[in-house]
Design a binder for this molecule. Structure first.
Ligand code: PNW
Length: 468
């Protein structure tokens, strides 16, 4: 049959939560307002050569000043939840000690505005903006940073927690560790494979310490990791082994400690020349595997890998490239592409992979409620002369991935909600403002927000869902 109208026949269950996501450094701007201190992303973006075009988050889309207008827009679109992040350097500029009340007040006002509009606030405590003083003290490769994170999490949840149902500790620790300290295409831009592995451990330890603290205070806690469908380019043994290695570092390095309380033995063996894991102390893995109220999955694409050095693509290149690999101990692995269409990031569009990763988590790990906390696509959006922004490619991307969610649910996966990345066009890390992921177009000269056709489509889908 020819019924391919996007959204038609999607049957996500009653109570399924539809939202959209942003992150503090990507949208807020106001980088020095009201006592906010610098983070590693301020330092990095202000270092020449790190971000395309020398762009920074100094101004971004002025969400700090425009949050009321932005919440009104969310309400117009019918969003049920807003996933945002709390900037640690705004609420605790030194990364330790007293909270900065003016920074806390911003999030308090934002949460109140959301609740008044009937939109559930979904805060993430760490979306990559480590206070610079903590990086100066060694950053995530140092164990103390995990303790500092837990203190911050306890302090901020104590003041905002009465109005938050679901906390998320970290966003994508893979990126913080392996892009931040391995390849260096993300802040703080270090290139030290052993430090990257330690950073990954201390991020998870910080998560676990924070999760224990918040849960003992009666809060619900989750963590968001970015998962990929990893496939070998052929069934040759060398390619299959490459896929095992990349799946190990990308997916299981985080899933296993958090959900099983152990590191995957094959990954530990792959890393033998990089680190002896003496940074892992007795008891750490039971902290890291503190029971969760939800696991957030960010999904964008798949990795097609080969055991033979590929074309120089490392699967996660930043805009500037760096020459260093984000895959400690598996630097030889090459990345290629299949024959699927790609987004403006060059990422293959592979909706079935979302079903696979969700099913994989629910089959191979103990049961935990799942949310897709990010999924979306960058395309070269341009306003038409009539002022409308037509983005049919994004609508079909979202439609395909929501169908993939439905397929997972039909197969028994406990998937409870979906957040589109992103609500707005924003600062896309090393790509600056050159890549647009938003449901809402932002004119960076005037800060005018214009919902794209995908935003109206998503709103209609949510409302239709609510109506039935
Ligand atoms: C995620 N990679 O980042 C983040 O959570 C968002 O802040 C970001 O804007 C979004 O996805 C789109 O990129 C990633 O290199 C950044 O593979 C880079 C990679 C993956 C995810």
């Amino acid at each position: 049959e020819s019924q391919t109208e996007p959204g038609t026949g999607l049957q996500l269950p009653p109570g399924f939560l539809f939202g959209a996501a942003t992150a503090a450094y990507q949208v807020e701007g106001a980088a020095t307002a009201d006592g906010r201190g610098p983070s590693i992303w301020d330092t990095f973006s202000h270092t020449p050569g790190r971000v395309l075009g020398g762009e920074t988050g100094d101004v971004a889309i002025e969400h700090y000043q425009r949050y009321r207008e932005d919440v009104a827009l969310m309400s117009d679109l019918g969003l049920q939840a807003y996933r945002f992040s709390i900037a640690w350097p705004r609420v605790q500029p030194n990364g330790r000690g007293a909270l900065n009340q003016a920074g806390v007040d911003f999030y308090s006002r934002l949460i109140d505005e959301l609740l008044a509009a009937g939109i559930e606030p979904w805060p993430t405590l760490y979306h990559w903006d480590l206070p610079q003083p903590l990086e100066d003290a060694g950053g995530w490769p140092e164990r103390d940073t995990a303790e500092r994170f837990a203190d911050y999490a306890g302090a901020i949840s104590a003041v905002l927690g009465d109005r938050v149902r679901q906390w998320t500790t970290l966003n994508e620790p893979w990126c913080s560790a392996f892009l931040g300290y391995g390849s260096g295409v993300h802040a703080p831009g270090r290139q030290d494979p052993a430090a990257a592995v330690r950073a990954g451990h201390h991020l998870m330890l910080g998560h676990g310490l924070a999760a224990g603290l918040l849960r003992s205070g009666g809060h619900q806690v989750g963590v968001t990791i970015n998962l990929y469908d990893v496939v070998p380019v052929s069934e040759r043994e060398i390619d299959v082994d490459a896929a095992r290695r990349i799946d190990g570092l990308q997916n299981r390095f985080f899933l296993d400690p958090v959900l099983l309380g152990s590191y995957p033995a094959d990954v530990v063996a792959d890393l033998a020349a990089v680190t002896d894991f003496s940074h892992v102390h007795d008891g750490d893995l039971s902290v890291i595997s503190t029971p969760l109220d939800m696991l957030g999955v960010n999904y964008y694409s798949r990795h097609v890998v080969t055991g033979e050095a590929g074309n120089g693509d490392d699967g996660h290149g930043g805009a500037a490239g760096s020459g260093a690999s984000p895959w400690p101990g598996s630097e030889h692995v090459g990345f290629s592409k299949g024959d699927l269409p790609v987004t403006a990031m060059g990422w293959e569009i592979h909706a079935e992979g979302l079903t696979s990763v969700l099913e994989r988590v629910s089959v191979e790990y103990p049961p935990v409620p799942l949310y897709v906390t990010e999924n979306g696509a960058a395309f070269a959006d341009v306003p038409d002369p009539d002022g409308l922004v037509r983005d049919p490619d994004r609508i079909s991307y979202l439609d395909g991935h929501l169908r993939a969610c439905q397929a997972a649910i039909d197969a028994g996966v406990p998937l409870r909600g979906y957040f589109c990345w992103s609500l707005f066009d924003n600062f896309e890390w090393s790509w600056g403002y050159s890549r647009r992921f938003g449901l809402v177009y932002v004119d960076y000269e005037t800060q005018t927000r214009t919902p794209k056709s995908s935003a109206y489509w998503y709103g209609d889908l949510i409302r239709g869902r609510l109506a039935t």
